[in-house]
Design a binder for this molecule. Structure first.
Ligand code: PNS
Length: 156
C-alpha cells in the first residue's frame, strides 16, 4: 500500500508507484481524506489524477481513506506500507510514522524506497507554490496534473 495526500500527484510519486510494482504483486494507492490539511484538490480530483496517470499500469488499485492507515492496510490485506525517502530531512517524520504504525499493528512493515534523484527536491507543496506564481512545472508532474493545476489556479 502506498499512502499519501497526493495533492497533487507528482512525477516523484509516479516513480515510487512504478518502483513498488517491480517489487510487489499488487499496489493500492491510498489517498487520505484530510480536511485539516486544506487540500487544493478534492478527494475525487486527486483520485482522478492518479487514475489518469496510471492508466497504462496494471496491478494497481486506488482507494480513498479516512481514519487510521493501519486499519485500511488490514482491511485490504496488504503486507507492507511503501513510503518515499527523498532526503535525510524526510527521515524523522517517516521514522515516527513507521514506528507508530508498527505499535498499532506490529505485523505491518514499512518499506522505504528512494525516488529517482531527479525528483529528490520535488514535493506537492512546492509544485503548488511554483504553479501559483505562474512558474513552469512541466516535467515535474504528469501532463494531466499540469493542466488541472493551471485551470484551478487561474480560477482563483
Ligand atoms: O503524503 P503525506 O501527506 O506525507 O502522507 C501522510 C499519510 C497520509 C501517510 C499520513 O498522514 C497517514 O497515514 N494518515 C492517516 C491517519 C493515520 O493513520 N495517522 C497515524 C500515522 S502514524
Amino acid at each position: 500500500m502506498y499512502p499519501g495526500s497526493f495533492d497533487p500527484l507528482t512525477n516523484g510519486h509516479l516513480d515510487l508507484i512504478e518502483r513498488s510494482l517491480r517489487i510487489f504483486d499488487e499496489l493500492t494507492v491510498a489517498v487520505v481524506t484530510n480536511p485539516a490539511k486544506n487540500a487544493l484538490f478534492s478527494d475525487a480530483e486527486r483520485v482522478e489524477m492518479i487514475r489518469e496517470a496510471t492508466r497504462r499500469l496494471r496491478r494497481i488499485d486506488i482507494e480513498i481513506f479516512d481514519g487510521l492507515l493501519v486499519d485500511l492496510v488490514a482491511r485490504v490485506g496488504a503486507r507492507a506500507v511503501v513510503r518515499g525517502l527523498r532526503a535525510v530531512s524526510d527521515f524523522e517524520y517517516e521514522f515516527q510514522m513507521a514506528l507508530m504504525n508498527r505499535k498499532l499493528r506490529e505485523e505491518i512493515e514499512t518499506v522505504f524506497l528512494m525516488p529517482h534523484e531527479a525528483y529528490s527536491y520535488l514535493s506537492s507543496r512546492l509544485v503548488k507554490e511554483v504553479a501559483s506564481y505562474g512558474g513552469a512545472v512541466t516535467g515535474l508532474v504528469p501532463p494531466g496534473v499540469e493542466a488541472r493545476l493551471a485551470a484551478k489556479l487561474s480560477r482563483r
